[in-house]
Design a binder for this molecule. Structure first.
Ligand SMILES: [Zn+2]
Length: 580
C-alpha cells in the first residue's frame, strides 16, 4: 500500500489549503479517515475537523460514496478500487504553534490540523508533496526526497514535523556534527548573530547534560509577531520546535532572557516527552483525550531544565537563576489550590483544568508546570544528598534516555522510581507519596539548605501594605482577575471580575500598584498606616463598597541566595546542582 499526501497553497490570502491523500492498493471495502481532535504537547480538544470543507473521494475519475461517521471521521466506500483519492480544503487562520496558519505572507502547517489519517494504518510510510507560490521556500524536519517532496516513516512522524513555507529567513549552525536551522518569520528586530550564538550555546549546554544529540538535524521555527495575544507560546516536536513570540517581547533585554528559556524548554522536550515518554503518550489516540499522571515530569521538569540550560549556557547569572527559583516558590505558595490538587491529579486533569481555567482556578488547582518545576529542583537536591554529591537529576535524565531510546518504550511511575533508586541508591516511594501523589507542603527551606542555598521571606517595602488582590489592566480599567482564598479581599467578599475604581476614597491608579504596568498581573500595595482600606468596585454596573483589612503581608514572597558558610560538603553539592 502507498499513501501520498498533497498540500497545495494556491490562494494563501483566502486562508484555505488544498489537501488530498491518495491511497494505492488499499485492501478493504471501507476506508475510514480521521482528522485528529488534538495535537500532542497541547492537552486540549481542538476538533480540527471543524476547519474542513468540501470533502470528496474518487477513483480513476469516478466519484466514490462517502459519509461522515462522527465529528472527526469520514467513511469512503472504495469498492476495493485503486488508487483512491480523497480531497478536501482546510481553513487555516489560527496563528499558533499548535494550529495552522496561511495568509499572503506565509503558511505554517501543524500536521494534526491538516492531514487526516487512515484508521488502522498509522504505521505506514507516507509521502508528502507541497505546491507553493513562486519564490517561497520550505523549512521542515521531514526527510526530503526532492525539492518539494518529503517522506515520513509513519503518520505520527508526518504530523510531528511542522512546516514553515514562505519567504522567511533561515540561519544555520552546527553543534557536535549535527545541523541546526532557524527559520525566522515575521518582525524580529534583534541581532541575528546574537540569536544564533545564544541558541547554539543552549544546544551545547543540553548536549553536555544529555551526553549526545539524538538527531541528525534539528529545526527551530520562530514566528516574531507584532501585537501577538501573549508574550510567547511554543510547541515541541522530536526534531523541531515552533515558537511564537510577541516582537516587542524579544526586544526588551529582560524578556529576551525569558524567550531564551522558552527556547530551552521546547528544545529540552526533544528528550523529555519526545523520547523519555509516559507510557500513555507513546502512541496516543488522536480521537479523544489521552490521560496521563506524568505531565508534572514531562512539562514541569522540562521547565526546570529550561532554566538550568540558560544558566549553564552562561546566558543568565547564578543569582538570576536563584531569583527565578525563588519567584516560582513564591507563586507556588501563593496558590491556594496546591492544598486541593496533587502534581499527579494536576497532570491528569490538564484537559479540563489547565487548558480550561476560570477565575476560580487559583483556589482549586495547582499548575503542573509550576509544581513540576519545583519538584525537579527538589528531586535534584534529594538525589545529590542521597548520593553524597556524586549524582544529580542530570544522571536520572541520562539513565532514562539510555533505557527508553533503545526500545521506544514509555515509562510508568514504577519505572521512574526504579530509575531514581538506581541513581540515588535510595527508595523514594515515600517522597512520591507526599509530594507527587500527595498534597503535603514541600519543605523548600530545609531541602535547599541541605545543598547550601538559603530561602528567606522577602519583607514588603517600607510602609507598604497589601490587600492580596490580583488585578489586571484592561482598556484603562483595573479588573480583579482572581481573589486568592484566605486573603482579606476574599474574606471581605471582593469577586473576580469586579472593577476596582477607588481605594481609600481616591480614584484607583497605577501608583497604587507595586508592579509595572507591563506586567499583566498587578498586586496593589498601599502606603501608610491604617488597618483597613475602603475599596469601591463596580459589579454588574453598580457601585459597591467593601472594607478590606490590610494585613502586613498576605502574599509571601521569597528570596534565594547561596550560603556564605564555609562548608565544603555543602558547597560541592551546590556546585553539583548548579553546574552539573
Ligand atoms: Zn512544554
Amino acid at each position: 500500500m502507498r499513501i501520498s499526501y498533497f498540500l497545495g497553497i494556491r490562494e494563501p490570502e483566502t486562508h484555505f489549503l488544498d489537501v488530498s491523500v491518495t491511497i494505492e492498493g488499499y485492501p478493504e471495502e471501507i476506508l475510514q479517515l480521521t482528522m485528529p481532535a488534538w495535537t500532542p504537547g497541547s492537552y486540549t480538544i481542538r476538533d480540527f475537523a471543524r476547519n474542513v470543507r468540501n470533502m470528496r473521494a474518487r477513483t480513476n475519475g469516478t466519484v466514490l460514496d462517502m459519509s461522515k461517521k462522527d465529528k472527526s471521521t469520514w467513511k469512503v466506500v472504495t469498492g476495493r478500487k485503486s488508487p483512491v483519492t480523497v480531497e478536501y480544503e482546510v481553513y487555516a487562520d489560527e496563528a499558533f504553534p499548535q494550529t495552522s496558519h496561511v495568509d499572503a505572507s506565509h503558511a505554517f502547517i501543524t500536521g494534526t490540523s491538516v492531514f487526516v489519517y487512515l484508521e488502522g494504518y498509522r504505521e505506514q510510510t507516507v509521502e508528502l508533496t507541497i505546491e507553493k507560490p513562486d519564490g517561497w521556500r520550505i523549512s521542515t524536519a521531514l526527510d526530503r526526497i526532492t525539492d518539494n517532496r518529503y517522506r515520513a516513516t509513519n503518520y505520527d512522524i508526518l504530523v510531528d514535523s511542522p512546516i514553515e513555507i514562505g519567504t522567511h529567513e533561515t540561519l544555520s549552525f552546527r553543534v557536535d556534527g549535527r545541523d541546526h536551522e532557524i527559520a525566522l518569520y515575521g518582525d524580529f528586530m534583534g541581532s541575528r548573530e546574537k540569536l544564533l550564538q545564544d541558541v547554539s550555546s543552549i544546544v551545547e549546554a543540553a548536549q553536555r547534560i544529555m551526553g549526545q544529540l539524538p538527531y541528525r538535524r534539528y529545526l527551530f521555527i520562530f514566528h516574531a509577531i507584532r501585537e501577538f495575544v501573549t508574550p510567547y507560546v511554543g510547541l515541541e516536536h522530536a526534531h523541531s520546535t515552533a515558537i511564537n513570540f510577541e516582537s516587542g517581547f524579544l526586544e526588551d533585554e529582560k524578556s529576551y532572557k525569558t524567550c531564551l528559556s522558552v527556547i530551552s524548554h521546547e528544545f529540552f522536550h526533544l528528550w523529555n516527552v519526545k523520547r523519555i515518554r509516559p507510557t500513555e503518550l507513546v502512541e496516543p489516540g488522536f480521537r479523544e483525550e489521552v490521560y496521563t499522571h506524568g505531565l508534572w515530569f514531562s512539562e514541569g521538569v522540562t521547565d526546570y531544565y529550561a532554566n538550568i540550560l540558560i544558566l549553564r549556557a552562561g546566558l543568565i547569572t547564578t543569582q538570576e537563576f536563584l531569583d527565578k527559583m525563588a519567584s516560582e516558590i513564591s507563586s507556588y505558595r501563593m496558590t491556594p489550590g496546591r492544598r486541593y490538587y496533587s502534581a499527579e491529579e494536576s497532570s491528569f486533569d490538564s484537559w479540563i483544568k489547565y487548558y480550561r481555567s476560570s477565575t476560580g482556578t487559583v483556589n482549586s488547582y495547582v499548575d503542573y508546570y509550576l509544581k513540576g518545576l519545583l519538584l525537579g529542583l527538589m528531586l535534584s537536591t534529594e538525589i545529590i544528598n542521597a548520593s553524597r554529591g556524586s549524582k544529580s537529576l542530570d544522571d536520572l535524565m541520562r539513565n532514562m534516555m539510555e533505557k527508553y531510546r533503545r526500545d521506544g518504550r514509555g515509562f510508568s511511575e514504577k519505572d521512574l522510581l526504579q530509575a531514581l533508586r538506581e541513581i540515588s541508591g535510595t527508595d523514594m516511594t515515600d517522597w512520591f507519596r507526599m509530594y507527587v501523589k500527595g498534597r503535603d507542603e514541600i519543605p523548600f527551606e530545609s531541602m535547599l539548605s541541605s545543598v547550601g542555598l538559603i530561602l528567606e521571606k522577602k519583607p514588603l517595602k517600607d510602609g507598604r501594605r497589601s490587600t492580596g488582590l490580583v488585578l489586571r489592566k484592561s482598556g484603562g480599567k483595573f479588573l480583579v482577575s482572581a481573589v486568592h482564598e484566605g486573603t482579606s479581599s476574599y474574606e471581605a467578599g471582593i469577586n473576580a471580575g469586579d472593577e476596582l475604581v477607588a481605594a481609600g476614597g481616591i480614584r484607583f491608579n497605577e501608583k497604587m500598584t507595586g508592579t509595572p504596568v507591563r506586567e499583566r498581573i498587578l498586586q496593589d500595595l498601599f502606603q501608610g498606616g491604617g488597618e483597613h482600606v475602603n475599596l469601591h468596585v463596580f459589579r454588574n454596573g453598580r457601585i459597591m463598597e467593601f472594607q478590606v483589612k490590610l494585613p502586613a503581608d498576605p502574599f509571601e514572597t521569597y528570596a534565594l541566595r547561596e550560603s556564605e558558610e564555609n562548608d565544603e560538603r555543602k558547597n560541592s553539592m551546590r556546585a553539583k546542582l548548579l553546574s552539573g
